[in-house]
Design a protein around this ligand. Structure first.
Ligand SMILES: [Zn+2]
Length: 275
């Protein structure tokens, strides 16, 4: 008997750490504690973790996929050890023209603080640890603002760079800024991409895998470090898993009530010092 399998729960993250002073886009940062909390929460619900491609190649009822956009160096430095505690290999979508750069700024993003990006050697290390290396195009631009030729050049360059340096053609893609059009979809399909993620959350419940457009996969985005972010992360996760069972309207909800299996509260102390 064929079992209906739901779309894997795909989580979208960027940086792991704390936003430094002057960071314009603070939501790009997810604290290590929130990452660990979300992984523990999903594990307590019976979820297992896999890369994006493996989630579709070997579908199982409760699968979560951790994705990182852009390819920040902190994914290796700050996130990898936490993910490995949960046997959670992530999928990282890299901007191939920025690989190995120490201080990247994207004009279109409106963030002036420079960021350090993963190098090819570091990406190979992550690949050896079971991570998947996907494409986030060659430059961090809005693809829907480009013509077909420009789009194809960027996407093809990115795919070739990954194939050459990692030794395997990428099967996955994340649209920079979540921006794309029908031409983008056609190009990535022609260039061998099987699965592409958007920045849109699942509409209502997760859909069955067979009903999905695999080049427009929904993702749950989250970041932050405060209690509010933790509650938001639970809400978003539960909204996707169990519609109608989503809202904690009050902060008086005890963490024991939410996490009967936890010995101690996963929430950070109030006076947590932020570096
Ligand atoms: Zn991005």
């Amino acid at each position: 008997m064929h079992q209906n399998t739901l779309c894997p729960l795909i989580l979208g993250l960027h940086r792991i750490g704390y936003p430094p002073k002057g960071a314009a886009i603070r939501g790009l940062f997810t604290s290590p504690k929130l990452l660990r909390f979300e992984l523990a929460f999903l594990k307590s619900l019976g979820y297992r973790f896999s890369t994006l491609t493996e989630a579709f190649l070997f579908p199982q009822p409760k699968t979560a996929v951790i994705t990182f956009d852009d390819g920040y160096r902190d994914n290796l430095i700050a996130a990898e050890s936490i993910l490995s505690e949960f046997q959670a290999p992530a999928t990282v979508f890299v901007i191939t023209s920025d690989i190995g750069k120490k201080s990247v700024v994207w004009e279109e993003a409106g963030e002036k603080l420079p960021a350090a990006m993963l190098s090819w050697d570091e990406l190979k290390k992550l690949k050896a640890l079971g991570w998947e290396i996907g494409s986030h195009s060659h430059q961090h631009v809005h693809h829907n603002r480009l013509n077909e030729k420009q789009q194809r050049l960027l996407i093809a360059d990115s795919i070739e760079a990954i194939a050459k340096n990692i030794g395997e053609r990428p099967k996955t893609f994340a649209y920079p800024y979540g921006a794309y059009d029908l031409t983008t979809k056609r190009i990535i399909r022609e260039l061998g991409i099987h699965y592409a993620v958007t920045t849109r959350p699942p509409a209502g419940a997760l859909q069955e895998i067979n009903n999905l457009d695999k080049l427009e996969l929904p993702r749950i985005a989250f970041g932050g470090r405060h209690l509010l972010h933790y509650l938001r992360a639970i809400n978003k996760t539960r909204a996707a898993i169990k519609p109608g069972n989503t809202i904690f309207s009050s902060f008086s909800v005890g963490t024991r009530a939410i996490f009967p299996n936890f010995g101690k509260s996963p929430f950070p102390a109030r006076d947590e010092i932020v570096p």
